[in-house]
Design a protein around this ligand. Structure first.
Ligand code: G6P
Length: 453
């Protein structure tokens, strides 16, 4: 049984009624094959459209084996947006956030936090009850990500027969980093230790859970490391589809034969998108000789738009790109092509077409794009990769490694990657391709099942 906040399918309200949307991303893609093997997938109904689709049977029809758990909208909002996304996400990524009860004008008040935390407990309990009611005896339960970190402690009591494996697609907060108010911190660490095993994409994040647990006096759970891998068949299907061919053609009419730097990301503070553009601006300042010869194709798509910080980040990026384009633009050349439309075919066209892929997160559980790009790229493209992405463990030997906070180093790495000689390009690109394909999503799944015993 798979358990996650976001399921393999969600629903949108259109003029024709409620319609299904297949969830993209590596998590859904890698876990979906389990449904075909008879697994059940429990996730939350995240919107009114999801609730309507649950009620009228569309979920079961479009995604057999999937069940969307429903709780009241106010509790869901507090659990998902306030506790999980405004606090835990930032803490696990080492990003600054407003501690509850702090002086900052955006901080949750102490009583606001207490209410949100109660909702988070209810949300986790609702999932634990749904699992307890439907899991077959001795089933392996694969719980995905930080949202559902408390489910195990309830299940240990009600269903001691179940084998509970937690997998974090994020990093984990380090022992000396800010986390939640003390009672919530203790609750999370205690609940994490109720799993039979907790998995991560990188040793660094597994060690962080162990260190943080010990510091707070908890016996750490057994941890394991298993990095997710791209699904070559699924990637090839999208990259060779007519929509992607058309997008490549359109891109070519826009940018011609110029050198291309690409990034593909969710609009997300941890992805460090602004520093990437600032580094490109620096590169253009330093190198007037490449003006008109290089284009930065940025496919960045909106996410978590109910949070102010995410909406503001989107506007900041739009302004920053407009400023850089206005500063360096020449007739017939815009230095940055920005696409925020969540256009999958366009993003894959940019991945096929890049000479340099920029992946510069401040901290990232894995970053699947760093592996997907080299699998589909047609141009012996190079990878500029943050040392703080879990993907660096896999791809670092053949990438241009960067400290993501260093603008000068990022600009320099992009410049060196663009200028690499043809032979070195081919050799490095072949190694990147080989490393990206060294594991499959099936390997990752089997590792989790093995931990469940
Ligand atoms: C990260 C998390 C996933 C999450 C995804 C999209 O990859 O690890 O659990 O589903 O971001 O975020 P969202 O809040 O839209 O589900």
């Amino acid at each position: 049984m798979i358990v996650s906040n976001r399921g393999p399918i969600s629903f949108d309200v259109t003029s024709d009624g409620v319609r299904p949307v297949k969830s993209g991303g590596g998590l859904a893609g890698a876990l979906r094959p389990l449904l075909a093997r008879g697994a059940k997938w429990l996730a939350f109904a995240m919107s009114e459209a999801d609730k309507a689709a649950t009620a009228d049977g569309q979920v079961a029809r479009h995604s057999p084996g999937t069940h969307l758990v429903t709780i009241d909208a106010a509790s869901y909002e507090l659990a998902y947006n306030v506790v999980a996304n405004q606090h835990m996400w930032f803490a696990h990524h080492g990003l600054a956030f407003d501690a509850p009860g702090s002086e900052s004008e955006n901080a949750t008040t102490n009583s606001g936090w207490a209410t949100a935390w109660e909702a988070f407990e209810r949300y986790n309990l609702a999932m634990a009850e749904a699992v307890a009611a439907t899991a077959p005896p001795d089933a392996a339960i694969l719980i995905q990500d930080y949202h559902l970190c408390l489910v195990a402690s309830a299940l240990r009591e009600t269903r001691p027969d179940l084998r509970l494996v937690h997998f974090s697609h994020t990093p984990f907060v380090g022992p000396h980093e800010d986390f939640l108010p003390p009672p919530a911190t203790k609750r999370v660490l205690e609940a994490m230790s109720a799993h039979h095993a907790c998995g991560f994409h990188s040793h660094r994040w597994a060690d962080a859970l162990t260190g943080t647990s010990r510091l707070h006096g908890f016996e750490p759970p057994h941890t394991f490391v298993s990095s997710l891998a791209p699904d070559l068949d699924a990637l090839t299907t999208v990259a060779t589809a007519d929509a992607c061919r058309r997008a490549l053609h359109e891109l070519h009419s826009e940018i011609g034969d110029r050198l291309v730097i690409t990034r593909v990301d969710r609009i997300e503070p941890s992805k460090n998108i602004e520093l990437g553009f600032a580094a490109y601006d620096k590169l253009l300042n330093n190198r007037p000789d490449i003006h008109g010869e290089v284009v930065f194709c940025a496919y960045v798509y909106p996410s978590r738009e109910s949070l102010t910080r995410y909406r503001e980040l989107k506007s900041t990026i739009e302004r920053q790109v407009a400023g850089i384009n206005a500063k360096h633009r020449q007739p017939g050349w815009d230095p940055i092509v920005l696409d925020m439309s969540d256009d999958l075919a366009g993003a894959f066209a940019a991945l096929r077409r890049y000479d340099v892929l920029l992946v510069n997160p401040l901290r990232d559980g894995l970053n699947l794009v760093a592996l997907e790009g080299p699998m589909v790229n047609d141009r012996a493209g190079q990878l500029v990769l943050s040392t703080e992405a879990g993907a660096h463990d896999v791809m670092g030997d053949f990438a241009f490694s960067i400290d993501p906070t260093d603008i000068v180093a990022t600009a320099d790495a992009m410049g060196r990657a663009l200028e690499l000689g043809p032979e070195a390009r081919q050799t490095r690109a072949a190694s990147l391709h080989k490393m990206a394909g060294s594991r499959t999503p099936q390997d990752w799944l089997e590792d989790q099942l093995e931990q469940a015993g």
